[in-house]
Ligand binder design. Sequence first.
Ligand SMILES: [Zn+2]
Length: 288
Amino acid sequence: MLRVNECCWYQPGKYFRYNAGVFLSRGQAALIDPGMTVNELAAICQFLAEEEAQVCVVILTHFHWDHQLGAGLDWGKVRLLAHTRFGEEFTRHLTANRAAIDSWATEAKEVISALNLHQEILPVDIDTPINLGGLRLRPVYTPGHTADHLSIFEETTGTLWAGDILSDVEIPFVSSSLTDYLRSNQCLQGLKINSLVPGHGSPAKTEEDVRQRLENDRVYLQALADQAQASIFAGCSMLETVERCSGINYRFPAENENAHRWNTESAYVELGGEARVGPVGWQKEWLQ
Ligand SMILES: [Zn+2]
């Protein structure tokens, strides 16, 4: 596992630039989105054994299948926590989640242990820090990517486990709400974050890097909102709006072109545009 600072480690994954997280202090550990492959989970277990750490809590940042692949393991007597909306989102997308896991597991030929419905998932108290060996892990509600999205902010060191936001490789995947996503970005701008780890990509290890990452996403999201809104006012169709928004700057265009198109289509509908045919934008994610 790789160290971010004195209390936070991450296990970089073989697929999707995925990161699983551990907060650790005085022999007490919190696992964040443990996954994805057998080898990665073994590395996490080895690290915990070497540190003689006891897992006290497992926190899932959101319901997406790639973030729950280690939650089904027997971590002992631990609390499994997620946002209060996790249950309904997990159940609503259960078939698609399972299909994605099956298809990925077949392709990757890796055995994983997904969450099962018999596990009791407790809702986190938003903004109420969880004490962990002197650390204070505050769950921060950051919807926009999904409706149940959480980030975890360790207050004593200013360390943010971001979840599926603030990546340096992916653009914002606005699969729930652009308005919420912008509000979540603004909420995080109010925290003094010294370092952050995204669910996919590389950590930002200085306050300036963190600020830049927040700003990059804010600029992209605001440009998307402004241009989609202007197109709707001008009476443009969804297709014309996609064309008008294709000039917005975003990182790694080859990899993120499809996500940007889906962001635009979803924003068009969210902001009041009328799509004549469906499914639209991120609704298509679960159809592939
Ligand atoms: Zn996700």
